[in-house]
Design a protein. Structure first.
Length: 400
């Protein structure tokens, strides 16, 4: 605006002092002065005509012309600096732009420190739409496929379509700033999930009851239980927070004498309260969500989901009591006896010979106690092979 005003003033003054020149000539003469051309106009060359040489110009107009040149040089230099700074800081992003900000059902991640970058990487691996907010620009090789807003976390909330976001994750290093941004985000979108990182266990304990709609997670508290569980000697691969509990992804390499050796996966799942998610027979191909009737042997590999109490029960070999049995009434066909014995051997873990003896003495109650889901599964399998059976509750076992 300053340059434009000086330009207009210069045009008016030159037009008034030299009425014989055109408006176009006054326009270009002032432009030359603003661009540093003082020497071009007053370096011994007559200004516009021999009738009015430049040395007849009054001192105040010559001084004004010099002022135009100095001011123009200063402002043009500032303009060049701003343009250069914009080009350098943009890092030529117009050649490799970040993706556009998602419109709805996305995750807003505030804080892209080392933890934030790991969270962003995991969310991208899970194909979750994501937008990040950080106070400074990131290296162009860091999360190039993630939309990024650079600026203050509170001010940037207006640019990330927060009203339609699915979750807001705050992983900054400042507890109070995380809380402030979280409160503002909840006010804008009260239906979104709010996850706040805390570095102080006492801060988390004090804040969590006041904001029941937010999940306040303390990294120190989470890692403490994982370290404690790792002290059992197991390989804790990862963990996550579910229903106020830490669920750990734990790997077991079965050896002779282990509490899991020679057990069916159904016995491990119901007896210890865990969820088997991967099973590998020695060096063979692994299977996800394996069948319940698989029996573990030395050399096998098993990955489970378990809480710390479940890992403790496995360490001590303390299985939950088996409170159910299966009562078999009769086999409707001759082939049902053999088929039923095969199902009993698979689900209970006994030998086929023992199961065939039980099937040859119907009606009978299988002497092997089972967990409820095991018994129900067995009854369902027996009915498919034309064997009538039912689940019976045997009650709490006696101390004897």
């Amino acid at each position: 605006m300053t340059v434009v005003i000086l330009w207009l003033v210069g045009i008016v003054l030159y037009r008034l002092y030299y009425p014989h020149i055109t408006l176009q000539e006054a326009f270009y003469a002032t432009a030359v002065l603003l661009l540093g051309g003082y020497g071009d106009l007053f370096g011994g060359v007559e200004f516009v005509s021999q009738a009015q040489p430049s040395d007849h110009m009054p001192w105040w107009l010559r001084l004004f012309s010099l002022g135009l040149t100095l001011t123009g040089q200063a402002f043009v230099g500032v303009l060049y600096a701003l343009l250069t700074d914009a080009l350098v800081t943009s890092r030529f992003q117009f050649f490799n732009p970040h993706p556009p900000i998602p419109q709805s059902n996305h995750v807003v991640l505030v804080g892209l420190n080392r933890l934030g970058q790991k969270v962003a990487t995991l969310l991208q691996e899970l194909n979750q739409p994501l937008v990040g907010i950080h106070t400074t620009t990131l290296d162009e090789r860091t999360l190039p496929e993630m939309p990024l807003i650079v600026g203050n976390g509170i001010e940037a909330l207006a640019q990330v379509n927060l009203s339609y976001a699915k979750s807001i994750v705050l992983v900054g290093d400042d507890n109070m700033e995380n809380l402030e941004i979280g409160l503002m985000a909840h006010a804008i979108n009260p239906t979104s999930r709010l996850i706040i990182r805390s570095q102080d266990r006492q801060f988390s304990d004090n804040i969590a009851p006041l904001f029941p709609y937010a999940k306040v997670l303390c990294g120190a508290a989470l890692s403490a239980e994982v370290f404690a569980c790792a002290a059992f000697g197991e390989n804790v691969l990862s963990f996550f927070h579910l229903s106020n509990q830490i669920v750990m992804v734990t790997e077991y390499n079965i050896e002779q004498g282990d509490t899991l050796n020679e057990l069916l996966l159904s016995e491990i799942a119901h007896g210890y309260g865990v969820v088997p998610i991967l099973y590998q027979k020695r060096q063979e191909n692994y299977s996800l969500m394996p069948w319940d009737d698989v029996k573990l042997c030395a050399g096998d590999r098993l990955i489970i989901l378990a809480t710390s109490s479940a890992l403790q029960r496995i360490e001590w070999g303390e299985m939950l009591p088996r409170l159910f049995k299966v009562q078999i009434e009769k086999a409707l066909t001759r082939n049902a006896i053999a088929d039923g014995a095969e199902e009993i051997a698979l689900i209970t873990g006994c030998t086929f010979t023992t199961a065939r003896q039980w099937m040859n003495n119907l009606p009978t109650v299988l002497p092997t106690p089972l967990y409820k889901h095991q018994a129900q599964h067995l009854v369902g399998k027996l009915k498919k092979v034309q064997v009538l059976a039912s689940v019976i509750f045997i009650g709490q076992p006696s101390n004897s």
